[in-house]
Design a protein around this ligand. Sequence first.
Ligand code: AMP
Ligand code: MG
Length: 401
Amino acid sequence: MLELEEARSRLLSSVEPLDVERVPIRQAAFRVSARLVDAAIDLPAFDNSAMDGYAVRAADVAAAKIDSPVTLSLVGKIAAGQNPAGDVRVGECVRVFTGSVLPPGADAVVMQEDTAVSEAVPQVVRVLDPVKPWENVRFRGEDVKRGAVLVRAGERLSPGHAGLLSATGVASVEVFRQPVIGLIATGSELVEPGGTLLPGQIFESNRTLLEPLIARSGATARVYPLVPDTLAGTKDALSQAFAECDGVVTSGGVSVGELDFVKAAFEQLGGELDFWKVAIKPGKPFVFGKLGSKRLFGLPGNPVSAMVTFLLLVRPALWRWQGAPVSDPRTIPCKLGEPLVNQGGRRHFMRVSVDAKGVARSAGLQASHRLRSLAEANALVDVPPDAVLAAGAEVNAIWLD
Ligand code: AMP
Ligand code: MG
């Protein structure tokens, strides 16, 4: 039986980033950049006004006061997007708006609120408050200098990155392709939600909880119909999914029962099992296998085990496929509000609910068929074998996001 870290590193070392594709910048957020991208232009591209107001020469209005305003003559107007028609000379000002080009000669902008204009003499602006040189001016290149690195290869693009690239004129970027993941649930007892249960049958829930987790991991899930517990049925389902997808996630059918067919079906299709069984609870029977460049992730059928093994083992591989640096799962520091007891010989990833004060409590009963503990939990605490973590203990919980 493999330790979790060993299982994870074996799995990660057998997954390479997929090929690179170009996508429009509006579809780039949450993808992983395959290239370093630098700024083709300065941002802002020109000195401009940070306010609606008047472009002035600061020296002209140094003595301005509310009870003794300085008067300037208004010689023009620059709307955002327009080019200045001329200079601002001594005693003059130009109407500007946020983002308007700062006209030559001006070295500051007086905000509109600090001015008064009478309707009778609209070409005279009274300035009621002084401005310092360069006040309310946004300088060319102060945000980003041309040539500066905006994103690196292997960096996951946030919506902010995509906006930044757009602002420098980038219309498309090269990103790693997202894996297509086939999602198969095996089990003759399974019925689609909405159907009718016969005695002994249960509604299927693993595909429902795994599909959004796959999407959250930047991959695309392709969900297949339910597969009964037969060797032929399992082989057919796997062979179709392997033909259409980069990787296949199955649930159920990986234990020791004579009706567990995933491993046998996979091997008969030419697949090679890498490991089976990881020393964690829940989720001991976890299968990882290779079929050419494709990969099998065989999750246990119990919903809690399926989710925990997905998060601990499959998700990192999905990120590796997309060229992202794989980090350990995100953790949050918290304090236990009650003891967590692990009486077993394997590390137990217990579902906990962490409140706003950072206090973690067990999210219901910790059995791997108990779906409610998943629904109520927002984190997992890694409790060592045969150990008790006391109330008040400080732990880093794995965040379930
Ligand atoms: P297995 O790993 O196939 O032995 O299944 C272990 C337990 O999980 C059994 O109680 C199954 O009925 C249940 N189970 C398996 N697959 C699913 C599924 N897709 N949705 C809900 N429960 C499942
Ligand atoms: Mg089964």
